[in-house]
Write a protein that binds this ligand. Sequence first.
Ligand code: AMP
Ligand code: MG
Length: 328
Amino acid sequence: MAILGIESTAHTASVGIVGDGAKVLGLASDMYRPPAGGIHPREAANHHVEVFPGLVERALADARVGPEDLDAVAFSQGPGLGPCLRAGATVARTLALVWQKPLVPVNHCVAHVEIARVLSGLDDPLLLYASGGNTQVIAYGRGRYRVLGETLDIGVGNFLDKLWIELGGTFPGGPALEREALGGSELLDLPYSVHGMDVAFSGMLTAALALYGRGATRPDLAYSVEVTAYAMLTEITERALAHRRRESVVLGGGVACNERLRGMVRAMVEERGGTMFAPPRAMCVDNGAMIAWTGRLAFDAGVTIPVEASGIEPRQRTDLVATPWRVS
Ligand code: AMP
Ligand code: MG
């Protein structure tokens, strides 16, 4: 039997169907790309409402399953943008009611951990979750996933996107900066903002734009921003490993697609004698399969939610969500 998962926390609407052993049977996603500037939550939500029916059909067709083959419908309950979450939750509730299936709430950040954990085969790794809106170092401890460190202002992906848009580009900025950085050679001096296991990026954004105004080239700027920001993330991950006496690290989030970040974290972890695992890109970015898989774990542990109590949680904290499928 399979679980269908609905993801819609931010720019990506996605439907995944996962069978036994986290096998992805079907996955259909559609990312909202604003014509200019950043993401407006309501415009992204409108996009999701339009594409979801087609995505559900495509995922079911790819998986060659019908509603009768599903155990439950899982959805991203939070954290995320309110209008976007609401679009996905509405689709999930409708499907659950029409198909008469249990509804399973899933925390988006926990889903990034769980998909990376099952794909890596690592039992208890630390997660570096680097996405548009979130930047966190997460580890399991005493019944919950704990956020050990995080950004004090904006997510690293938002930082990259804002910078790239200010430099004249369009969303998403991370992949564009990665290409641009390949042509850079000079390491420019930028604020390196690590506070214990936390990081901050807005100072670097201001400084980078000031350097650009004074004539720094885009490739050098991209190179310097990548090296500095990813060194910060590598440092807090290493500190968390040392404090939590862990050996392995998994990556998640769109920024985890970045080759430089992957390389820097891998070098750090391997130097300590540990293992680093980065999921395939389709499983790093927001996707319905990770929601379906985490829905599987939750459902098998007895977690369901009545439709009338299935409100979204835009600010849901990772460490407030029970994970009864994990025992300490
Ligand atoms: P997510 O919020 O997890 O779906 O990830 C989206 C974020 O990942 C956006 O801010 C993108 O700019 C960023 N991103 C995607 N690919 C890359 C890449 N190759 N390098 C850096 N950032 C990336
Ligand atoms: Mg995400």
